[in-house]
Write a protein that binds this ligand. Sequence first.
Ligand code: TRP
Length: 328
Amino acid sequence: MENKAEKKQVLVTGLRPSANLHIGNYLGAVKPMIEAIAANPGAEVFMFVADIHGLTDSSPDTIKQYRHEVVKDYLALGLNPKRVSLYIQSAIAGELSYLTLLLARYTTFNDLMRVPTLKDKLKVNQEAGQANALLGFYPILMAADVLIHKGTLVPIGEDQISHLEKMREFGEKFNNEFGKIFPMPQPHSMKLLRIMALKGDGKMSKSHPEGALFLTDSAEEIKKKISRAETATEGVMTPSFESLLTVACEFGVETEQFVADHLAGKQIMGDFKKALSDALVEFVTEFQTKRARITNEQVAHIVEEGAKAARASAERTMQEVLQVMKFN
Ligand code: TRP
């Protein structure tokens, strides 16, 4: 019986409640996520907008403003709401907080302060001990997000691997104390692309809008940004040209001939940029059209249905947890 129960895959993942996606977010996070779901047709899928996690670095107002917008973005980018239970994390805040507190027994303040993502989020010269405690709780809440559904598969980027390890550690310690309740979540490694800013070094980022291609950009803006994008002189390969080639490939541009000609010293940049902008313009136009058709009512309905499924699953797990703990 136990074997049978273990076989069912449960894919769980949280989405950042940030607004205004750029091509780097799409290729580096959203697309791999949608592919991860497609690659596991038998899995039950829970996906949520991590609005409580968002409170670690944004105001409740900001988060509230964006949490349904994120859902619209994902839907317009091809996420099938019939295939996934899509909900807002805070819809199951009660169960999640309770599980978070119960799991908090399995870690120490010192350990929490060593989590790499916490270190990344500290302000300049701030010590980990000075961070607000919600940031410290981030990995415990994240473990609860997955364990509450007995998640087995977590599509996750490299930057989140330390969180996955924590998750497993919490599940294992609970199981050791009270019996095998939680399966060990496995990472579903996603092919993550790092898309560079169009100008200069570094990743494409919202904080440098001139170097980023947003899904909300107009055709004109895209053409202008691409025409100004940094490339390479004939015969030379540079990281910025390589990154543009990656983007082009992802959007269906045949790049082989461009690369061969470029390396042979021919001038291809004008033609290449034209092909790239055409493909991008087509993609964002389609995205914008689809997105504009999604109504607020549709989103509200989808996340309500998702929340029902998530709540049922969360309540089931909590009952079981409290039962084995003899704490009900
Ligand atoms: N921390 C994740 C991120 O920044 C979001 C997240 C929250 C998440 N809870 C999760 C991801 C649970 C996977 C599983 O992207």
